[in-house]
Design a protein around this ligand. Structure first.
Ligand SMILES: [Zn+2]
Length: 219
């Protein structure tokens, strides 16, 4: 059978070049095989990788549960380890799922990172550092990163504006954490900066934003 490595198809009969791209063929001509192109299937290694990772994470969780039951006292480190293991697995799954979409990948990773730090703060007795300092810094960093990636990859504005716009809106959830925040000034400033940024997107990128929303909502 002859193959076109560029189109990743197998070709029956005896052809001088690929019928799709007119490129060079490799392999020997085969007159008896089926008369249609056979697309070589890609190996699906990622689901297996995720399964193995899930198995390891769950085994670790069982070991940690046994240790928690066996050892006396408060086992905060065990909960923390389980949390980090779980988030690492989600992280891996996100990485596999969006490996061809860097802006989406970075957006989900940053949000997971924000969530992870908040959970660590909670598990370690809620000192409030996550809501006082981490969130107010990371939300603007996320918006700048998303915008830079979109511009850096040469994407059209309507292809990526939805990411920083959603992050700007999402940053308003900091309002709900005022109860756990003894020093809300950074959060207020961060939300104000992102509100101005969001307003900028809305006014100057209105057309792109409308296009993006139409596409996202299938209108
Ligand atoms: Zn070809």
């Amino acid at each position: 059978m002859q193959f076109c490595n560029r189109c990743n198809i197998a070709i029956t009969g005896m052809k001088k070049c690929c019928p799709l791209c007119e490129g060079e063929l490799t392999g020997e001509p085969d007159m008896e095989a089926a008369a249609f192109p056979v697309i070589r299937s890609k190996k699906r290694t990622f689901p297996l990788l995720l399964k193995v990772a899930a198995f390891i994470v769950l085994v670790c969780c069982i070991v940690l549960c046994v240790l928690m039951l066996a050892l006396p006292g408060k086992q905060m480190w065990a909960w923390l380890t389980m949390l980090i293991l779980a988030i690492t697995w989600v992280d891996l799954a996100v990485g596999c799922r969006y490996r061809y979409n860097p802006i989406h990948l970075v957006s989900v990773e940053l949000l997971l990172f924000i969530l992870l730090l908040y959970m660590i703060d909670r598990v370690t007795g809620m000192h409030g550092w996550s809501v006082t300092w981490v969130n107010p810094i990371l939300f603007p960093v996320a918006v700048i990163t998303q915008f830079s990636i979109g511009k850096g990859l040469g994407m059209y504005l309507d292809e990526f504006i939805i990411y920083p716009a959603c992050t700007a809106v999402l940053s308003l959830i900091q309002i709900f954490f005022f109860g756990q925040n003894n020093f809300p000034m950074p959060a207020i400033c961060s939300m104000a900066i992102l509100a101005v940024t969001g307003l900028g997107f809305l006014i100057f990128g209105f057309h792109a934003l409308r296009e993006a929303l139409h596409r996202a909502l299938n209108l």
